[in-house]
Design a protein around this ligand. Structure first.
Ligand SMILES: N[C@@H](CCC(=O)N[C@@H](CS)C(=O)NCC(=O)O)C(=O)O
Ligand SMILES: [Fe+2]
Length: 311
């Protein structure tokens, strides 16, 4: 099938100039965001999850995106970031707040920095309180903001470890997030009940901890009494995230015999051109039925037939 990557990217963006995808890790309730400038294919990934690296990489490769940076909103306590893996695979920068003091960060971010991708950019806003190094990334036209765990849909991040502070979080949310335009869409770092997005006007009105008439005292009282159990992977996640998700020992999951890649559909695949070039070194197994093998679609020369039910 003939296709051009630029056309696939433009179509994937639904005809808009910005490609935007929200991805989900069901194990930890974590959202990962992919943004790309359709005009030139440059993009950023926000808060990737280590275990979802094959999914993220194959989507980026299939859409022909040149990843400029993998940005974490903070040093997560509940899951390991995929930033190191995507950096290794694509050469993109790893962005995190300087305040997080993590290793392997080559885009050390401060309040009011900008991260450009193509002709678009994300403005960096320091929103400490859940951790002392939390950042919110605001899209250049203020139509969307990625709040990490500073502000969740109808809630907010906990403040009971990683230098958390409920007073600081209240100021971060009110001064840096809810000061954005009413229509600005707010994309959280997590949701545990399936909500995907909110808006400034909605959270100002309905956030359970600081919306409506609630004041700083209400917020601090609520936040200091959440009494949540610690994230169950905190002991593993925190040290790993202070290395930006770099494994202690180099993991070599890819088979050595060929450039196998996982498609976004999750299938391990080889490029047809590579198979053609290495035809003499490979045994090709055709797992269709014998009717299909002998049928009008044809078959690859010297391939071996073992129908899937018999394999
Ligand atoms: N049950 C989750 C814990 C999730 C958790 O504590 N999440 C943090 C964000 S890293 C939080 O601030 N949660 C706020 C909330 O659940 O309301 C796990 O074990 O991973
Ligand atoms: Fe968090």
């Amino acid at each position: 099938m003939e296709f051009s990557i630029a056309r696939v990217l433009a179509a994937a963006a639904g005809g808009s100039a910005l490609l935007f995808r929200q991805l989900f890790d069901a194990d930890t309730g974590t959202y990962t965001y992919l943004l790309a400038d359709v005009a030139n294919g440059q993009g950023v990934l926000v808060d990737p999850v280590f275990e979802q690296h094959p999914r993220d990489l194959s989507l980026i490769q299939e859409l022909g995106i040149t990843l400029v940076a993998s940005l974490d909103t903070h040093a997560h306590a509940d899951h390991i970031t995929g930033s190191w893996l995507i950096h290794e695979a694509t050469g993109c920068a790893i962005g995190l707040a300087a305040a997080a003091r993590a290793e392997n960060v080559n885009l050390s971010l401060q309040h009011s920095d900008q991260v450009a991708f193509g002709n678009r950019n994300l403005e960096v806003r320091a929103t400490p309180g859940h951790t002392d190094g939390c950042l919110t990334y605001v899209l250049d036209d203020q139509s969307m903001a990625f709040t990490g765990d500073a502000l969740l849909v109808r809630g907010c991040g906990r403040c009971d470890f990683q230098q958390g502070n409920a007073h600081t979080l209240y100021r971060s949310i009110t001064e840096q997030i809810l000061s954005l335009p009413d229509h600005c869409l707010l994309y959280p770092g997590h949701d545990y009940t399936g909500r995907t997005v909110s808006s400034v006007a909605e959270e100002r009105a309905f956030n359970a901890r600081l919306g409506g008439q609630a004041n700083e005292r209400d917020f601090v009282g609520f936040t200091q009494n959440m009494k949540l159990p610690h994230p169950h992977r905190i002991a593993q996640a925190l040290p790993a995230n202070l290395r930006s998700g770099k494994p202690r020992e180099q993991q070599d999951a890819a088979p050595a015999w060929g450039p196998v890649q996982r498609s976004f559909a999750g299938l391990p695949e080889l490029a047809p051109s590579w198979v053609a070039e290495h035809r003499n070194e490979l045994t090709l197994l055709d797992v269709r039925s014998s009717d299909e093998f002998d049928g009008p679609d044809g078959r690859l020369p010297e391939s071996l037939l073992i129908p899937l039910p018999e394999l």
